[in-house]
Design a protein around this ligand. Structure first.
Ligand SMILES: Cc1cc2nc3c(=O)[nH]c(=O)nc-3n(C[C@H](O)[C@H](O)[C@H](O)COP(=O)(O)OP(=O)(O)OC[C@H]3O[C@@H](n4cnc5c(N)ncnc54)[C@H](O)[C@@H]3O)c2cc1C
Length: 436
């Protein structure tokens, strides 16, 4: 085998998490190759991401990482320290308004976590919510319902309970370009990327990882292989024979996002903020062309569509209509388009909707998987966490009994990576939804 086909680490998957891990490892002077079956970086599930940045999760550690992530997006070019001929993404730090509902315990827990972290927010009355987003109705429709429910669209007597505006929040303009930015930064440090290259086998020798074999039969030698294959993660873990030893597993979940025009007279694109609304089970964010991007918060009334990532329906279903009709409860002047547009993509979901950033039971095989529709924001941090885990385990550290700590430099806080272990107990405080 030629020297050029040997690497210190091979990453499977050039999505936002794979590219961030490539950058972090290359900054440690590792010779890294990232392979992807698709033609360019960020063309997998990352391309369909809503790329919302927000600091609140169900646990302190998960929130701390997300809060830290905000500062990387704010200082994006400084973090990259590299050029990109396609330009750089922008971070619109417009804030995230969240409605208080029984479902989220009126945001008491989220605000307590923000207080512990020093993240800032303000409580809003329903009048103040309408000042932020004048197109909103503040009627309550809780709980979220399916559109064939006879009570769908029937408002409760009581209004919304108010909301909270989280300040360290917003969205990134173009998730695919963000991934390309990371690729260029990694390449500046010597990392290589190969596209149109699908992995068919995790090679092993003497009970350890030896490299990968592609579907073309080519072998690439490396003592470290990292599964960052997004919704295909479970397939790669099965190829490596490690899935059976994981307490927390991953599955691909089909999701739809709708794009609709903002009602005439409202400049949602330039004056709007993120609005996360478990009263109707959905969220919205500004999109180019004064559009509103509508996503689901996975309310309990909706069936979950677990799919084979190689065989699922890429067309819109009645979920698209459900998203738009739910949003029309909140935005009464919303026009319902006759043609569906938006995104049909997959989340890679774990049992408790928190990611797995970990080693495996096969020496040399690692994984950054199960990003559960909520890890785009964390990519710059997750890449460094993965690089530290790989480096310390390859240096002999027993990460299973002593999960490594990670220092969040912006907020100056240490988090234990135990919460993203494949061997963890399920987080019972999870929302068991995209909110994590
Ligand atoms: C609709 C939607 C909305 C979202 N909204 C948000 C949001 O608002 N905020 C947020 O923080 N997160 C959000 N997310 C989640 C976030 O986008 C993901 O967590 C993140 O993009 C996952 O990145 P990744 O690199 O792990 O996976 P991917 O981008 O899926 O990359 C995995 C790559 O692996 C490659 N691959 C798979 N199998 C093989 C193989 N055998 N050989 C070679 N290559 C292979 C694929 O081609 C793919 O490019 C959303 C996700 C979706 C789908």
């Amino acid at each position: 085998m030629s020297e050029s086909n040997r690497y210190d680490a091979v990453i499977i998957g050039a999505g936002i998490i794979g590219a961030a891990t490539s950058l972090a490892l290359s900054r440690k002077n590792w010779r890294v190759l990232t392979v992807d079956r698709l033609p360019a970086a960020g063309y997998g599930s990352t391309s369909g991401s809503c790329a919302i940045i927000r600091p609140y999760y169900s646990t302190v550690d998960a929130s701390a990482i997300a809060y830290e992530g905000h500062f990387y997006w704010r200082d994006w070019q400084e973090f990259l320290d590299a050029d990109d001929e396609r330009g750089f993404v922008t971070y619109n730090n417009c804030g995230a308004m969240v409605s208080k509902t029984p479902h989220n315990n009126e945001l008491r827990d989220a605000c307590a976590i923000m207080d512990e972290l020093g993240a800032t927010y303000e409580h809003l009355t329903i009048e103040q919510m309408r000042e932020r987003l004048p197109m909103l109705s503040t009627k309550s429709f809780y709980p979220a319902k399916t559109i064939d429910d006879p009570d769908f669209g029937v408002a409760n007597e009581a209004q919304l309970l108010g909301g909270v505006l989280f300040h360290q929040a917003g969205f990134v303009s173009d998730p695919q370009l963000a991934t390309h930015n990371l690729q260029r930064a990694a390449e500046k440090n010597g990392a290589r990327f190969r596209f149109n290259t699908a992995v068919a086998e995790i090679m092993q020798s003497g009970g350890k990882v030896a490299g990968i074999r592609t579907t073309d039969g080519e072998t690439i030698s490396s003592p470290v292989v990292i599964n960052i294959a997004g919704p295909h993660s479970s397939k790669l873990n099965q190829l490596a024979g490690v899935e059976g030893t994981m307490k927390v597993k991953t599955r691909a979940l089909r999701h739809e996002v709708a794009h609709v025009a903002a009602p005439p007279g409202y400049d949602y694109e330039n004056q709007g903020c993120i609005f996360s609304d478990s009263d109707i089970g959905g969220y919205m964010r500004p999109e180019r062309g004064n559009h509103i991007l509508l996503g689901s918060e996975d309310p309990p009334c909706d069936d979950r569509e677990w799919v084979d990532p190689d065989n699922f329906d890429h067309n819109f279903s009645n979920m698209w209509q459900t998203l738009v009709m739910r949003a029309a409860q909140r935005v009464p002047e919303l026009g319902i388009p006759s043609t569906a547009s938006g995104v049909v993509e997959l989340y890679d979901v774990t049992d408790d909707w928190a990611p797995i950033y970990d080693k495996s039971d096969l020496p040399g095989f690692y994984m950054a998987v199960g990003t559960s529709g909520n890890q785009f924001k964390n990519a710059p941090v997750a890449g460094q966490i993965m690089a530290n885990i790989v480096e310390s385990v390859e240096n002999g550290h027993d990460h299973d009994t002593q999960p490594i700590d990670f220092h969040l430099r912006y907020i100056d806080r240490i988090v234990s990576t135990a919460f993203c272990s494949r061997l963890r107990e399920i987080n019972r405080n999870s929302s068991f939804s995209v909110l994590g």
